[in-house]
Design a protein around this ligand. Structure first.
Ligand SMILES: Nc1ncnc2c1ncn2[C@@H]1O[C@H](COP(=O)(O)OP(=O)(O)O)[C@@H](O)[C@H]1O
Ligand SMILES: [Mg+2]
Length: 270
């Protein structure tokens, strides 16, 4: 791997919410053309990390580089251009319920381009074909299963031909078969479209199998990283706890809270 293979780099990133530190000295690299998984327990900052990459949030210190540029230096138009090259599939990336599947996928094209109707039709059908749902173009979102709806959202995410596709918890709420379908699609689209993919998930099994490289984030840092086989053999207690889904281990079950006695017992009724 050479340096030019790097699409995104976070360098010594610190980020806090109020006085609650989320990241401290976070260092992480996303390589071009690969599927990178960002895994970690809930509340660990995975969505926050994506927001730093898209500059919806900015680090307190440290830098985020995209294609070699420190994005803190971007003006509005450069930021806009960068985001146009990023497709996103959000956890709650709901479809517009009063529009057909076709119109949902066509929506970004109508918003951001001046393409004619014929071309829009071709592009939309091509993207629906890529997710196996060309035949569903005329359906309404209420007629789709959860897995189909997620695939339509995926077709919409790629309709502008992004260079980077970002998925935030793409498996949440899906049955195991649909999860497998989505996981395979993430891989296929990445390779067929020649793009780069970032998949945030706490679902180790699904994403671990299709990712080229994975990061496990915990306690504001990269707790482990590597190719799937390397991570499976990771000796760290914390990573093992997470990979094996164990409730007991170094990761606290409780979110920081005031002392329990003070909060319950200490609050004397008068
Ligand atoms: N808008 C916000 N304001 C304040 N705290 C937030 C906000 N969004 C997230 N947080 C906190 O930041 C931490 C990381 O959140 P998040 O990135 O959503 O975690 P994850 O995606 O890994 O579940 C959590 O403790 C969460 O409570
Ligand atoms: Mg999240």
């Amino acid at each position: 791997m050479t340096l030019s293979d790097t699409l995104i780099e976070l360098r010594d990133v610190d980020f806090s919410r109020g006085d609650r530190p989320i990241f401290r000295d976070l260092n992480l690299t996303i390589r071009s053309g690969e599927v990178t998984a960002i895994m970690g327990p809930s509340g660990t900052g995975k969505t926050t990390l994506l927001q730093l990459i898209t500059r919806q949030l900015s680090p307190d210190s440290g830098q985020v580089f995209v294609a070699g540029d420190d994005i803190a230096r971007y003006g509005i138009s450069e930021l806009y251009r960068m985001r146009q090259r990023m497709g996103m599939l959000f956890q709650n990336g709901a479809l517009l319920t009063d529009m057909s599947v076709f119109e949902n996928v066509a929506f970004p094209l109508r918003e951001h381009t001046k393409l004619g109707e014929r071309l829009i039709r071709n592009v939309v059908l091509l993207k629906l074909q890529a997710v196996g749902l060309r035949g569903a173009a005329g359906l309404m979102p209420s007629e789709l299963s959860g897995g189909m709806a997620r695939r339509v959202a995926l077709a919409r995410a790629i309709v502008m031909d992004p260079a980077l596709l970002i998925y935030d918890e793409p498996f949440v709420g899906l049955d195991p078969i649909s999860m497998g379908v989505i996981a395979k699609l993430i891989r296929q689209l990445n390779d067929a479209l020649g793009i780069t993919s970032i998949v945030v998930s706490h679902d180790v099994k699904e994403i671990g199998e299709v990712a080229d490289y994975s990061y496990v984030i915990a306690d504001g840092k990269v707790a482990a990283s590597g190719r799937p086989a390397q991570l499976r053999n990771e000796p760290s207690e914390l990573v093992r706890q997470f990979m094996l889904g164990l409730a007991d281990g170094p990761v606290a079950f409780h979110y920081d809270a005031p002392d329990i006695e003070e909060q319950f017992i200490g609050s004397k009724p008068d």
